[in-house]
Design a protein around this ligand. Structure first.
Ligand code: NAG
Ligand code: NAG
Ligand code: NAG
Ligand code: NAG
Ligand code: NAG
Ligand code: NAG
Ligand code: NAG
Ligand code: NAG
Ligand code: NAG
Length: 574
């Protein structure tokens, strides 16, 4: 009822401005769990971020395809910061927005190094009027504060073609409460063993197998020698008040990598009041395991940076956090730009909305063209987003895993044979079409599907993940105690560590780093073990029903398969 009333007033607002407002983005309802408390107080001040249209995204896409495709004359000739001007708005766009702000007595502030994001502050009543919106207050049982959001946002016609996103408007962030600290009493905890050999050998019996750095080295042929090159920075991102404990990392290295100094650590970078207080038991499982399996795979004192983004703590949410992460990366000088970024957090495409997701994805395209390999986990709820909620029979893709300019990592289990694990996230984007580097492989997979799968996912969308790595029962250290943890969150830092080790050898050989990976990965299927057994969950409600099967060739559970280090290195160096 309430919703219908607001919808009518939106339509009225639009029609009274006589064709001046053009609908930009809309959603029929707030995501499940959110409850409206009616219109936001008209005097409340909103700070909105506005994305000005980049001058040449099509040119960037063309360029990156040339840079990243093996055999191209420009292969891996990554661009410097100065050579990558595609993202900046054109003078015409800047002037159109300036005319709009001055005509409406608004002050805008440029907030990104590419000048493609600006910020404006205005009362709710003005925002409703200027953008054909109806801001409401929405609560969620797990959010401390109401969100001020609108179900619909329009652009004054003079801004159409000049503005891509106004945020926050129709994007909703969910509370993130993942990976709570272990409750010691109901977990099988293995007391700190002190230094020495890793507990247990590589145990191959599913589901009791336990994964350690040594097992991963043996399984994928990953060398144990530390990286040597100082300019090879890996960035591990941390959100939702997650930070790693240095003591946990030390215990992890002492236990599982006795060959490298236990004082090997990371450099902390903070954004938006992010912290890493290091008080006992204050850290987070997600951050601990991300750090342990990145550093445990590619140890070197110089190369490791942990980014703690604090925004979520202040209610701005995951979307703002990853937006601020891209802005931070855009601002880095070429020599300071990480070569690898690994992120084990994601959200549904619908929570982001298409305009914001597209803008962020295009920013990954720009960073890929500067030589970054950007990795995201593919989610832990099969084809049902990241929480496994099953409200209807359509699959729920996750972003940024679904961005074609990022590399998405799924999970496997077992050694002989290695199979897809049932929670591994995967599927097809509703926002991004299948990019050329994967169209043949995806078409091959779609042919294997039975009829009843028609219409429950988007068969023209970008398919993910791209690759997979073990993700079951990794030995991690939290509160100085070893315990098992599973998820694509473990697979992603492991793959990032592998890519960083290959980059190390490329740099040592005087060659450019791997940069945007996907065209290289898809054109080298022999560098992967094809995973052909297993299925993931969420096919039909209830969510434990099987969805996709692993098949010969690419599939949306394990991508092209799991890496064979020696083959991947040889093709990278070729
Ligand atoms: C902008 O400010 C001027 C001077 O204060 C005022 O005359 C004008 O009506 C304002 N315009 C709008 C759109 O608020
Ligand atoms: C959300 O706003 C409503 C209406 O003003 C208020 O009653 C409610 O307490 C607010 N909820 C929270 C969590 O702040
Ligand atoms: C998923 O796989 C794991 C590992 O084999 C198993 O322990 C678990 O019971 C499976 N879950 C379901 C719902 O089948
Ligand atoms: C594998 O691990 C399980 C539980 O961690 C243990 O009970 C079993 O004995 C192990 N098997 C081998 C062959 O080590
Ligand atoms: C390595 O980094 C330093 C300082 O950040 C920089 O001066 C140097 O040019 C970089 N070397 C290469 C090969 O990129
Ligand atoms: C790590 O410990 C070694 C001695 O064991 C010391 O030489 C080195 O400086 C330490 N490194 C750091 C980063 O503290
Ligand atoms: C950081 O903290 C300061 C002081 O508490 C606050 O004013 C500011 O808004 C915070 N910044 C962000 C991005 O949350
Ligand atoms: C399916 O994906 C395409 C992009 O590949 C998109 O244009 C279309 O809107 C999507 N369809 C639905 C129903 O989401
Ligand atoms: C998965 O494999 C099973 C067993 O072969 C088959 O019955 C089912 O139809 C397959 N499902 C899909 C989605 O291919």
């Amino acid at each position: 009822m309430v919703l219908r009333k607001f919808l009518t007033s939106v339509l009225l607002a639009t029609s009274t401005s006589a064709g001046k407002l053009v609908l930009h983005e809309t959603r029929s309802t707030a995501p499940s769990g959110f409850v409206s408390h009616g219109p936001a107080p008209p005097g409340d001040l909103l700070t909105l971020r506005v994305a000005l249209t980049s001058n040449h995204v099509a040119g960037l896409e063309e360029k990156l395809t040339l840079l990243a495709t093996p055999g191209s004359p420009e292969f891996r000739q990554w661009l410097s910061m100065a050579e990558a001007p595609f993202v900046k708005p054109s003078p015409k766009t800047v002037s159109a927005f300036r005319t709009f702000t001055s005509r409406n007595n608004l002050t805008s502030t440029v907030i990104s190094p590419n000048e493609d994001w600006v910020s404006i502050s205005l009362p709710v009543s003005r925002a409703n009027q200027l953008f054909g919106a109806q801001f409401e207050l929405f609560s969620h049982p797990s959010l401390a504060n109401n969100l001020t959001r609108t179900l619909s946002v329009s652009l004054p016609s003079e801004l159409v073609g000049h503005v891509d996103v106004i945020h926050p408007t129709t994007a909703f962030h969910y509370p993130k409460t993942r990976r709570l600290r272990p409750v010691k009493s109901d977990r099988q905890l293995e007391k700190r063993a002190g230094s020495g050999s890793p507990p247990g050998s590589c145990n191959t019996s599913i589901p009791s197998n336990v994964m350690t750095p040594a097992c991963l080295q043996a399984l994928y042929g990953i060398p144990t020698a530390p990286a040597t090159q100082p300019n090879n920075t890996i960035l591990v991102t941390g959100y939702v008040s997650q930070w790693p404990e240095t003591i946990d990392l030390a215990v992890f290295l002492e236990t599982f990598r006795p060959d490298i100094p236990a004082n090997t650590t990371f450099t902390l970078v903070t954004l938006d009041n992010g912290t890493d207080p290091q008080t006992p038991t204050a850290g987070g499982i997600e951050a601990d395991l991300d750090v342990e399996y990145t550093i445990g795979k590619s140890p070197s004192v110089q190369i490791f940076r942990f980014l703690s983004v604090g925004g979520s703590k202040f209610g701005s949410g995951f979307m703002m956090d990853i937006l601020d992460t891209t802005t931070y990366l855009d601002s880095l000088a070429d020599a300071d730009l990480p070569t690898v970024m690994t992120t084990s957090y994601e959200e549904t495409e619908t929570a982001f909305g298409i305009s914001l997701a597209t803008k962020i994805c295009n920013n990954y395209m720009a960073l890929g063209s500067r030589g970054m390999s950007i990795m995201f986990s593919s989610g832990d709820a099969g084809v049902r987003g990241d929480d496994g909620i099953c409200t209807d029979n359509t699959f729920t893709p996750l972003f940024p895993a679904s961005c074609p300019w990022a590399t998405a990592i799924g999970s496997t289990i077992g050694f002989g044979p290695e199979i897809a694990v049932n929670f591994t996230g995967g599927g097809f984007s509703n926002f991004f079409p299948s990019p050329s580097y994967q169209t043949t492989q995806v078409a091959g997979f779609l042919e294997t599907l039975p009829m009843e799968f028609e219409g429950i996912f988007n068969s023209t969308g970008r398919g993910y993940p791209d690759v997979a790595v073990q993700g079951w029962q990794f030995s991690i250290v939290v509160d100085e105690t070893v315990f098992p943890e599973s998820g694509t969150s473990l697979s992603t830092p492991t793959f990032a560590g592998i890519i960083a080790l290959i980059n190390d050898q490329l740099i040592a050989a005087g060659k450019p780093v791997l940069g945007f990976l996907n065209p290289f990965l898809y054109s080298n299927p022999t560098a992967f073990t094809d995973i052909t057994i297993g299925y993931n969950q969420g096919g039909f409600c209830p969510v434990t029903a099987p969805a996709f099967n692993a098949t010969a060739g690419w599939d949306p559970l394990t991508g092209s398969g799991t890496p064979l280090f020696a083959e991947l290195l040889a093709t990278a160096l070729a």
